[in-house]
Design a protein around this ligand. Sequence first.
Ligand code: CMC
Length: 427
Amino acid sequence: MQKNTITLTNNNTGETYEYNILEATRGPSVVDIRTFFKDTGMFTFDPGYTSTASCESKITFIDGGKGELRYRSFPIEDLATEHTYLETCFLLLNSRLPTKEELTDFDLEIRHRAFLHEGLRHLFNAFPDNAHPMATLSASVTALATFYNDHLDMEHEEEYLEMAHRIISKIPTIAAFAYRHSIGTPFIQPDIDLGFTENFLTMMRAYPGGKMHLSPNGHDKIKEVEIRAMDTIFTLHADHEQNASTTVVRNVASTGAHPYVAISSGISALWGRAHGGANESVIAQLEYIGSVENVEAFIKRAKDPNDNFRLMGFGHRVYKNFDPRAKILKGLQDELKAELNLDSELMAIASKIEEIALNDEYFVSRKLYPNIDFYSGVILTALQIPKSMFTPIFVIGRTVGWITQWIEFKQDKTSKIARPRQLYTGD
Ligand code: CMC
């Protein structure tokens, strides 16, 4: 019978080592090298983890070659078009979609937990007005751990789910407060009569006092189409297997630190422009490019190996095909174009970049396709969301993914503290 193993030969000594291959239910199998150091006295070397599976997981599956993404085996296309973000949260946390009654209870629980402790609200006063909302968000989520010093018993589902619900529910309030602090306007408290996404948009856009459905110009009600678009954006960001920020969350979890501190670390990791910060950078870059006529020159710069200019919103470590989330957002963008009068110069520049890059040998040969961040910025701009809030919105969507991965890590009896080694080349 064929053995499911791999044999490595040290060509200096002639010694051979055999390692088991662990089969995935879908996607690449892995070589189990946990005894490699003990066997050989050597480490494996994989900076940036390009060939490393850091954990076993049942949450999210990506086939980067096909451009496929599934949460708990449900295709992202179905979740984004047939289900709400809250249903998706329930699915991630419970491995199944909710019944109607369960959804009502879950929705109510999330609404009720959205308020912040007054002490936490005062913390915002300590931050300067021009603080980036991501910095305020990360600090405030760490501060949340001072109010909820849970010592969670992972044997008790209700305990860790309560912790998860609390963070999912409070993050939009913290994000909206961080934004309002940054522009110096009074905070809008959560409205228990509103669903998750409408509540967030209201806390962002309303004027205090009176009924809240006002945009900054004081006129428009929040439209149904805007709520749907934002809800879809949250769903598309809900989880993405072992990306940089999720890996950080798991690593912090591995030390035994408080779950909110792990989430706060994930927020910090997400901020970088190679990761979640790319959505803000995409719009900043489109503004910098300035007009359709300048696009060719910037594409040339992106291709120049001696220029570190990169086209923001292009490329992905895992997707070597169209990012399925980007496809959904492109469809949404076309839909919104008509409904929200979305015909801006920025959109024209973005379309031109997309058109050139998708046909250019440099991008085609490297399989550099537009990613989720390429489209989300344009849509968020149409929803009157300022650039500085793009990455906090990514955070709102991703919190459920981080906390679900945190729970999975904690429940894995084989999990260990993350402690990689190094190739020392110093004196
Ligand atoms: N513009 C121009 N060239 C690029 C780009 C780009 N956006 N992305 C990759 N390349 C080139 C890169 O120069 C390299 O070329 P060569 O082989 O000639 O040296 C090749 O493509 C491979 O790039 P890499 O940096 O080795 O790929 P990576 O898997 O380490 O990085 C990435 C992936 C997403 C960090 C990178 O594509 C990038 O910096 N993109 C722009 C930032 C961005 O949009 N980030 C959001 C990612 S999606 C949301 C998320 O995950 O949070």
